[in-house]
Design a protein around this ligand. Structure first.
Ligand code: EPU
Length: 276
């Protein structure tokens, strides 16, 4: 099995934290052999921050199968969003255009987070998930009915329930897909920091009926920094690593934000970013 020690820049878009040992299983058997250690699974690292922990990680980046079947497609967890978008343009189908512009994300991570934007969520297109249950060692399936029941706003039973191997989605012919993707990229760039900056997407989940970005902005955190990390002056819910920010600086900025928002609005912000 491939094992590498990767830097925070190689593992996450925001590039904070210490280098980490990562296992890259290529088969379910290899995955099984790792799970006795109960190690966390990381996707593309676009909504993730590494702590200073030394616990090794598992990556499903090498699960890269792709099968079309009528109006459905099944992707392995390691397929990248950028590859899905390329296929969409080549074959003219609608699927993840609303996510266009999220750097490095993988199918496994997008499903596990039930990623969403501009009024749409991954769950809306998801038909079934195949996952590995570490307790029984079995490969299990989750069908639409259970997905509807257990997925919510940035919430799914994964990875607690198991490690996502494949996901099957409903697709639809869309002759204007190229233009649609371009307009979502444009829309994202009009509201959020540019892709070349080191960010990790939304820092906090939106509280019900509110926008975390708006609350952070109202308490004066837009453009506010601690050390080498700041809340973006374009959108206050995005953190930007301006140099070699440390995990400690990241934590301090999170705590400052929570403190101010709690004091002002009596709302406890919940992290959307996953810490590994
Ligand atoms: N706003 C401010 N100040 C700011 C940022 C936003 O006043 O600094 C205001 C905006 O003017 C707007 C409202 O807050 O009135 C909502 O802002 P926006 O439209 O940017 O949406 P959001 O709620 O901040 C959500 C998702 C994004 C997704 C966008 C677009 C969450 C936590 N964020 O942001 O998802 O791209 O909608 O649909 O759900 C992500 O999850 O990583 C992510 C980027």
């Amino acid at each position: 099995m491939k094992v590498k020690v990767l830097s925070a820049e190689e593992l996450t878009t925001i590039g904070i934290g210490a280098p980490r040992k990562v296992y890259f299983p290529e088969s379910v058997r290899e995955l099984h052999s790792l799970l006795k250690g109960n190690l966390p699974v990381i996707g593309g690292g676009s909504n993730a921050v590494l702590s200073d922990s030394t616990t090794p990680l598992i990556s499903t980046a090498l699960f890269r199968n792709c099968t079309f079947n009528g109006d459905t497609v099944t992707f392995g967890a390691g397929i990248r969003l950028s590859q899905v978008l390329k296929l969409q343009q080549k074959m003219k189908f609608s699927l993840f255009e609303f996510l266009a512009g999220i750097p490095r994300a993988t199918v496994g991570g997008l499903v596990a987070q039930n990623a969403g934007a501009f009024g749409e969520e991954v769950k809306d297109r998801l038909l079934s998930v195949t996952y590995f249950d570490p307790e029984s060692g079995d490969i299990l399936g989750m069908e639409k009915e259970e997905i509807e029941r257990s997925f919510g706003y940035r919430k799914t039973p994964f990875p607690e329930k198991g490690i996502i191997l494949n996901a099957t989605f409903k697709i639809r012919y869309e002759p204007k897909i190229q233009r649609k993707i371009a307009s979502f990229v444009y829309l994202r760039l009009s509201k959020q920091p540019p892709f070349y900056l080191k960010t990790a997407g939304s820092t906090f989940k939106n509280p019900e009926g509110e926008s975390a970005g708006r609350l952070l902005d109202l308490v004066g955190l837009k453009g506010f920094s601690i050390g080498r990390i700041e809340f973006s002056n374009i959108h206050a819910n995005f953190m930007v690593n301006r140099g070699k920010a440390s995990f400690l600086e990241f934590k301090e900025l999170i705590e400052e934000a929570r403190k101010r928002v709690e004091r002002e609005f009596n709302v406890r912000l919940e992290l959307e970013i996953k810490i590994f």
